[in-house]
Write a protein that binds this ligand. Sequence first.
Ligand SMILES: Cc1ncc(COP(=O)(O)O)c(C=O)c1O
Length: 430
Amino acid sequence: MTGPATLGNETQASGDQELLLLASQRMRRLPPYLFERINKAKLALRRRNVDIIDLGMGNPNDPTPGIVVEKLKEAAGLKKNQRYSVSRGIDNLRREYARFYERRFGVRLDPESEIIACLGSKEGFSHLCLAVLGPGDLALTHAPVFPIHLYGPVIAGAETICVPFEEKDEEFLRKLDAFAKRLLPKPKIVVLNFPHNPTGRTVEKDFFREVVRLAKKHSFYVIHDFAYGNTCFDGYRAPSFLEVEGAAEVGVELGTLSKAYNMAGWRIGFAAGNRRMIRLLADIKGYFDYGIFQAVQIAAIMALRECDEDISRQARVYQGRRDVLAGGLRELGFGVDTPRAGMFVWARIPDAYNGMGSMSFSLACLDRARVVVSPGVGFGERGEGRVRIALTENEERLKQALRQLKAAFPVRSDIGGIDSEHTGSNDKSI
Ligand SMILES: Cc1ncc(COP(=O)(O)O)c(C=O)c1O
């Protein structure tokens, strides 16, 4: 189990008393942002014009489909699109998203009451947490964990408990059942994410059937983050949570155009499913924002309507990169389960270097190999001993990254423990 209460605090760590006084209670509950150290080191090297291969963030490096960009240009020039739009998304966009769901997943959604557009799925998730959770409430999620799934509820004033992933889905579901039965307060929300970031773990439809059964049994609601639902490999098709009968009675699914359509900078995503949750999200968003730039919404309609082939092609690109990276990492002594979906390889650090801890190892990857990777510990204690490597460079650059890693971390079974000369500290507490 992981709870936020035990974690350190960046604001406190800064030693700036005025900053501390200024910070809200909720800010004080947030731990240091673990990727910050890597980001700072990366920036410092970039300022010195050092060539860095950045495989840290899941930030797509390929272009948005041309047809979408052209539509944006056209729509941006029209005066009617330059005013405030509607907070929950224009009718045509929500209708197009409903068509997309029916076509791809066989799920029928009412665009009026069951779909809302968001400024990316992360914004939708965060505001949904504010709309449904508060002090005294409990959320459950899985570990390792994408940080906002843990801290979205915390920012809303609630507590989050992480249920560790088990080897088999059935064991995880049994644990979820047991936690929901025993915990007080009873969990109000269960946050799930498949295909999962960072592990690449995937599920089948039966998994969601059981989640819906448990949600009804224990009266919790589900938020399923489906950010990588359209980035699947080897013929695997990630099921939508909403495909399961009764799912919309107990939960919502978050989708995004950031990943599959290479539209991360555009900030457009969706929440779909349970009417009450959509209603509450719409209400709170009405206070916070005036909607997404209407030209972006119109271009997003084009993406959803015309770009099925583009997203399949992009998934094949990631599959090719996955093969290069997973195979190459294995040769370097990393432990890798080949992922069936997503934008990452989740790799166990070779035994000879594992004692460094994932943060020191990631800093050493940057320092010695000029390659940015994400430390597993950034996804909670359960991520320790691993690194997450994003498929955000082409195959040639990935091969170059592998060569640089090989030179920096020779495959030697006789290397024991830490090479402190290069790694700096072995500090795992950050
Ligand atoms: C699991 C997961 N959810 C959500 C997001 C954010 O997506 P968006 O750009 O739609 O806010 C990411 C991005 O890294 C992600 O990995």
